[in-house]
Design a protein around this ligand. Sequence first.
Ligand code: ATP
Ligand code: MG
Length: 357
Amino acid sequence: MNANIVLLPGDGIGPEVVNEARLVLDAVAKLFGHSFSYSTHLLGGCAIDATGTAMPDATLKACQAADAVLLGAVGGPKWDDPQAKVRPEQGLLAIRKGLGLYANLRPVKAIPSLAKLSPLKPERVAGVDFIVIRELTGGLYFGQPKGRSTTPEGGEQAVDTLVYTDVEIRRIVRLAFELARNRRKLVTSIDKANVLESSRLWRKIAMEVGKEFPDVKLEHQLVDSAAMRLVTHAAQFDVIVTENMFGDILTDEAAVLAGSLGLLPSASLGAGKLGLYEPIHGSAPDIAGKGIANPTGTILSAAMLLRHSLGLEAEARAIEAAVSAAIDEGIHTGDLGAAKPVNTTQMGDAVRARLKR
Ligand code: ATP
Ligand code: MG
């Protein structure tokens, strides 16, 4: 197949890790007989330096016309001035909004040979293989009214509003069921239905959608007990779906189970096939330019790109298998605590060498 992929390397280690992932995509294309073309655009701090804005129009246009977008990371100390009017992170929000992306997917899979990196006991990490779907466009972060005012006593008050519509809930819960169908067929919908009206609507819609998927089991869990279950029995989860703020918190909690930030991929999806794929880590300014960053999270993001935007499941699995094989053979970058670490390029090479049809 032919596909047009936009690369947004961004800042810090972004260009280093995106380059490795692109070389992996090239190797997959060669192995499976596809033709991928790439164009590279500016986003984040590098875009501010070149154009004065974190997301230039040309970047959005290119992404809208693409089949998929692979992003490195944005931001860094150079642009951290709190007085600054434009900030790199605005680029990320703008691109997600511009592309209509409403679902953030973060798979978490424990790699047995890295169990020692997890803060949890090995038996609590064993068999962990789940995906968290976080709603991105609604909830407390965007609801109106929002703002600060004065109380009748002359004090200060602040308000945030949690709003969800049936349409917003239905589309994301449906995505959870569709993903679960190709996995272990269990959806855990996480809410706070004992106190929040928005959660009661969420639960009602989740049950309605569940009726369309009789082959998939639906369970509901309150967010507080779900937070606990993630550190006690995470292996029980398959597909977790939740609203924006709960998802923000739970995805970070889930990420530490795997042990290193450098390993985990993510995808942001919308109504069509177009998606934005990026590692969960940031621009890591402390190691940028040294060629030692772990490219695994970005390489696994490229696998998600193949799966979710291009429908190339076998190709995605080939990348995932090659990553697992390399890591299990002890090929580790410095962030994995290796005595003799490999560098970014060597890690990418090791994955490419293990790709099989
Ligand atoms: P952001 O604010 O963009 O989320 P952050 O400050 O939270 O970023 P990162 O930039 O992800 O965090 O870096 C946190 C730590 O993890 C740093 O010490 C960094 O070097 C390390 N780190 C992050 N990603 C990687 C990677 N791919 N390889 C090796 N180390 C990494
Ligand atoms: Mg951070």
